[in-house]
Design a binder for this molecule. Structure first.
Ligand SMILES: [Fe+2]
Ligand SMILES: [Fe+2]
Length: 450
């Protein structure tokens, strides 16, 4: 068996190269993340290397050029394939400019090894379905063949990254760290996949103790919202596993919110997890509304219990929107985004009433939680977003509206890199929410810990 030495410091690319080279070239593969590490193999005459695949440069160093010189110095006549562009690539090397051009890389390997070119990248004939990347976290071994949508010269094509039963960790985390939000699986596997995720999440959430780090608990909350959303949209019937998972997740959310000393620590944990807006705003709004309920004269435990439900489900129908557009943020601005389709606009406008309808199917839903979900954008029928806020909605819905508005103000400050000034935010909110009943709620924010 022939051996390829690959020098590349990008974990996502490495996993893509690894699966594809294994599948199409049947080479023995050695991956190294730097030239220094690769030199150990190049300088060792006992390590057979038949082809070198290297990034043109890593960390500002001309890796390809240096590797080439080192091969010559060590009397190694190894054909090299260089990925990327640079002025200092030796003419003797084969060059593939685009790092995602897998067929190009493989064809060049065939050429330099004098092997017969095979059909590279077999056309994937099955339908693929996008799954949020976090749903892969509970798995140790891949549940099924898994793909990643590669962008190559303006064209996108799925490429396999996990064979069924191959190790999911730590690659999956690297993908998330590089901003990947969805992976693809065969569409026919999706129900079995989400069922399995639910089961695994229940098992891991059973292990949560008060000592479990905040970040880990929040991570479970995100995974659970994704898993429940996937199933809620497909199955009319809510399974007992979905109910169990939601319940555990709501309890975890509640514990996290009650335990954090201030908003800063929550924000820090959410940032570390690279949480999307949908999840992080629900958690932050949970913290803010708990504070409001602790400080408003009529607030009590029954309200908190109800709110726990509301926060978990209120934007469940937006999961599909944020899944497609992970960089979008503020809910009332979503419909103005040029990338949002007409169908998606429809979902956004109806998300509050749809979630309220869904929650009614849910056994054990606290009385009136559906109404608060319906009214959470200030319209009594759950359609669209209110422009003026009136007294025609329930007091608890007002709490959630103020909590979400406060949360958005904080996000804007963070985005604009200006310090958070609670008093200033309160003034701004009072201009927007002019009714006395809303102002009373806003006043409770004066002593919130941020
Ligand atoms: Fe919403
Ligand atoms: Fe929301």
């Amino acid at each position: 068996m022939k051996t390829a030495l690959i020098i590349c410091d990008n974990e996502v690319l490495n996993s893509i190269y690894s699966v594809n080279l294994k599948t199409y070239t049947e080479l023995n593969l050695i991956f190294e993340s730097s030239l220094d590490k690769a030199l150990i193999h190049i300088e060792d005459p006992d390590v057979a290397i038949d082809v070198l695949v290297t990034m043109a440069s890593i960390d500002g160093e001309d890796t390809a050029l240096l590797a080439y010189h080192n091969c010559i110095e060590n009397d190694r006549d190894i054909p090299s394939i260089v990925i990327g562009e640079g002025d200092l690539i030796p003419d003797e090397n084969h060059i593939v400019k685009n790092q995602f051009d897998i067929p190009g890389i493989i064809q060049n390997i065939f050429k330099s090894l004098g092997m017969n070119p095979k059909e590279v990248l077999a056309v994937i004939t099955e339908d693929l379905y996008e799954m949020p990347i976090r749903l892969f976290f509970p798995f140790k071994k891949a549940f099924c063949d898994t793909y990643y949508m590669l962008e190559n010269n303006g064209q996108s094509a799925p490429t396999k990254i996990f064979d069924k039963e191959s190790d999911v960790w730590p690659k999956v985390r690297e993908f998330l760290d590089q901003g990947v939000s969805n992976l693809l699986i065969p569409a026919k596997e999706r129900f079995a996949f989400t069922k399995k995720v639910t089961q695994l999440l229940i098992e891991s959430m059973e292990q949560i103790t008060p000592e479990t780090p905040q970040q880990e608990s929040l991570d479970f909350v995100e995974q659970s919202i994704d898993a429940v959303a996937e199933q809620l949209f497909e199955d009319q019937e809510v399974t007992k596993e979905v109910i169990q998972l939601s319940q555990m997740c709501m309890d975890t959310m509640e514990e996290v919110i009650e335990d954090v000393p201030d908003l800063k620590s929550l924000l820090k944990d959410l940032a570390a997890l690279k949480s999307g807006f949908l999840y992080s705003h629900s958690i932050i709004a949970g913290y803010v509304s708990t504070h409001i309920l602790d400080n408003v004269e009529w607030g009590g435990d029954a309200h908190k219990e109800k709110l726990k439900f509301v926060l978990y489900f209120h934007d469940m129908y937006l999961v599909q929107i944020y899944k497609k557009h992970p960089d979008l943020m503020y809910e009332d601005k979503l419909i103005f985004d040029p990338n949002i389709t007409e169908d998606e606009k429809e979902i956004i406008i109806n998300h509050a009433s749809e979630a309220a309808d869904a929650i009614r199917r849910y056994p054990g839903c606290p009385l009136g939680a559906d109404v608060i979900i319906m009214q959470h954008h200030g319209t009594p029928n759950g359609q669209g977003f209110a422009t003026s806020y009136k007294d025609d909605i329930s007091p608890l819905a007002k709490v959630l509206i103020i909590a979400e508005a406060f949360t958005e103000e904080i996000y804007q400050k963070i985005e604009n890199k200006v310090p958070v000034n609670v008093e200033e935010i309160m003034e701004k909110l009072k201009e927007r929410f002019t009714k006395h009943t809303y102002k009373k709620i806003i006043n409770t924010l004066a002593n919130i810990k941020i």
